[in-house]
Design a protein around this ligand. Structure first.
Ligand code: 5GP
Length: 126
């Protein structure tokens, strides 16, 4: 099934400047900003500027430049926020909710960077 991107989703509006955000980092292909409802002391959302619905769409169709840029931004934020184990941080979790089973709320590809506290095990038992 082809990916059907909704131009009216909230992150598309943020990218168009129609809704404010607390920007953490911006590059040619990527925007990172604070989650409006933080679930940990560090809770940053990282999104590509391109119209991708979720991670598998991005991985399948984004350019190499977009993918590299996105990944570097994630790494830079983990370092800046002091959670990267490589920089003696205590660790973090990346989450990319996708589709219905993934309980994705906003249909624009994003990852959550969560850290600054113990995050427990990955999933609660179903
Ligand atoms: P997901 O789609 O991965 O389930 O979660 C979307 C995330 O976007 C949620 O954590 C929610 O708090 C965040 N969010 C929803 N609307 C806004 C908004 O207008 N601004 C910001 N900064 N975050 C938002």
């Amino acid at each position: 099934m082809p990916y059907d991107y909704d131009q009216q989703n909230i992150f598309a509006k943020i990218l168009r400047g129609e809704i404010p955000n607390r920007t953490v980092r911006e590059t040619e292909h990527t925007l990172a900003f604070e989650d409006i409802r933080p679930q940990a002391p560090v809770h940053v959302l990282v999104i590509p500027k391109g119209a991708y619905v979720n991670f598998d769409h991005f991985g399948a169709e984004a350019t190499e430049a977009e993918i590299v840029d996105f990944t570097r931004v994630v790494a830079a934020i983990c370092a800046e926020r002091g959670v990267a184990p490589g920089g003696a941080g205590e660790g973090y979790r990346l989450i990319s909710n996708s589709g219905e089973s993934g309980a994705q709320e906003v249909p624009h590809m994003h990852v959550h960077i969560l850290g600054g506290r113990g995050l427990g095990r990955m999933l609660e038992p179903a």
